[in-house]
Design a protein around this ligand. Structure first.
Ligand code: TRP
Length: 463
């Protein structure tokens, strides 16, 4: 029986085609992981949470929770070979549990839509900053002028809406054309280029005179400053930056050839993604301290520190343009991944073409995005629960939906799927497998639940 199931899953093919090679898959997942989460969000969330201790919790979450959940998502996706909703339903039944697991898939589809609604707005900022850099808007900038420029820009909802619209149109365009064409080429060029440019910027940051202060801020943990809320922020950031907890990696796993090593591919992605985030922090914080900016400056942090630093560099306008172009590309390859679960689901479930599905999903996301556009201007005073509309969507997705999605995915892969199925996907029951299974069954679910319940105040203090 079990071996029949295994044989059956081998014959399954994805409707949407397959990656042309192992490298193509690693590039696509890296492209989805590396994005605004690394360069824009990580520094600002780390800054708001006091640095050091936050960074340490974030790293622990990436390794102990992120890595096993990513492997689980890929293996579930490859075994089911369908969109995340259908895959969870199919495997839920096949593994003798329940078709209700499909709701986890659907929650992921919704999370992707919600995340992209604000992601696209920030990606739009990067497009505007390409233009600003090109026209030399940052020449002779000071700490005050870059802050004023940022506030002026996000304060004008018409500009921000325009940029958000442009970004959604190009995203819909690529998603409509299918997973492989275009995406592979974009990532192959973008990730190395971004990395190269960031290394150059790191050199500048080291020379800024406050590299020590930046290092200290990032790596000296002071746990007395760390609340459970910050720990949840760190965990949410780990999920967000790795693109896990919402079925996106599951959707990509559905197109993965049978022979590829899931643990090897995951490790490559995690290392690349984490290095870029740490590099971004190492660039930004020294500049923050050298220019007496506020590390807890919020979502505008990168948009203020980098133009400032770059304006003082030789060929600054050129490097600044290049930087925001690369960041826009990084955001673009992530945006594609955020739409993929919803689009794959609509194509399979409602029998639409990819183009129709992309337009439908993209249109909805564009509309929801207006809420985030307005959070920085017209509706900035309209706050509830966590703050503005943007703050609430961000909290709901990163701190609630992704960790809980990851929790269910870990429980599914670790407890619902039988040993034979998971060992089959992970290439046999060796040491790596045992390690993965231990993290997936115990460490990840208990860790996620504990931090989550602590942060929302549902676990009493024992001390
Ligand atoms: N990881 C992306 C970033 O760091 C954002 C993201 C979250 C994402 N979930 C995703 C991207 C799912 C693609 C698919 O910018």
């Amino acid at each position: 029986m079990l071996s029949n199931q295994a044989d059956g899953s081998k014959k399954r093919k994805s409707l949407h085609g397959h990656w042309s090679s192992r490298m193509a898959f690693v590039l696509a997942v890296t492209g989805s992981a590396v994005g605004l989460g690394n360069v824009w969000k990580f520094p600002y969330v780390a800054g708001e949470n006091g640095g050091g201790a936050f960074v340490l919790v974030y790293l622990a979450c990436v390794i102990l929770v992120g890595m096993p959940v990513m492997m689980s998502e890929i293996l579930i996706g490859r075994r089911g070979r369908r969109n995340p909703v259908a895959t969870m339903k199919l495997l839920g039944e096949e593994e003798g549990s329940s078709r209700h697991w499909q709701w986890i898939g659907l929650a992921g589809v919704i999370a992707g839509i919600l995340i992209l609604s604000f992601y696209s707005v920030v990606a739009g900022w990067t497009l505007a900053y390409v233009l600003k850099s090109l026209t030399g808007a940052f020449a002779g900038a000071t700490g005050e002028s870059v802050a004023a420029q940022f506030n002026l820009f996000v304060g004008d909802w018409r500009w921000v809406t325009l940029c958000h619209t442009v970004f959604m149109i190009v995203t819909i365009f690529v998603v409509a054309r299918g997973v492989e064409r275009g995406l592979e080429q974009a990532v192959r060029f973008m990730v190395p280029a971004l990395l190269g440019l960031m290394v150059i910027l790191l050199g500048y940051s080291i020379a800024s005179g406050s590299f020590g202060a930046g290092l200290e801020f990032m790596f000296t943990p002071d746990f007395s400053k760390l609340s459970w809320d910050s720990a949840l922020d760190a965990m949410g950031q780990a999920f967000f930056t790795l693109s896990i907890g919402m079925g996106a990696i599951m959707a990509y796993g559905a197109y993965l050839p049978e022979e590829t090593s899931i643990s090897g591919a995951s490790a490559a992605v995690v290392v690349a993604d984490t290095s870029i985030a740490i590099l971004a922090g190492l660039i930004i914080f020294p500049l923050v301290f050298a220019n007496a900016l506020d590390p807890a400056g919020g979502p505008g942090l990168v948009f203020q520190t980098l133009p400032l630093a770059l304006s003082q560099m030789p060929a600054g306008a050129f490097f600044s343009t290049l930087f925001f172009v690369l960041l826009a590309f990084a955001a673009w390859t992530s945006a594609i991944g955020l739409m993929e679960p919803a689009v794959a689901w609509i194509v399979e479930h409602f029998n639409r073409t990819r183009a129709q599905a992309a337009v439908m999903v993209g249109g909805l996301i564009w509309f929801l995005g207006l809420g985030s556009v307005l959070s920085f201007n017209v509706l900035s005073e309209f706050t509830f629960l966590q703050g503005t509309i943007y703050n609430n969507i961000d909290y709901l997705t990163s701190n609630v939906m992704l960790p809980l999605g990851g929790l269910f995915i870990a429980v599914f892969a670790g407890w619902v799927m039988c040993r034979n199925s998971t060992a089959d996907e992970l290439g046999g029951a060796g040491t790596v497998y045992r390690f993965w299974r231990f993290l997936t069954r115990f460490v990840a679910p208990i860790g996620i639940l504990f931090v989550f319940l602590k942060a929302v105040g549902l676990l009493p203090d024992l001390s």
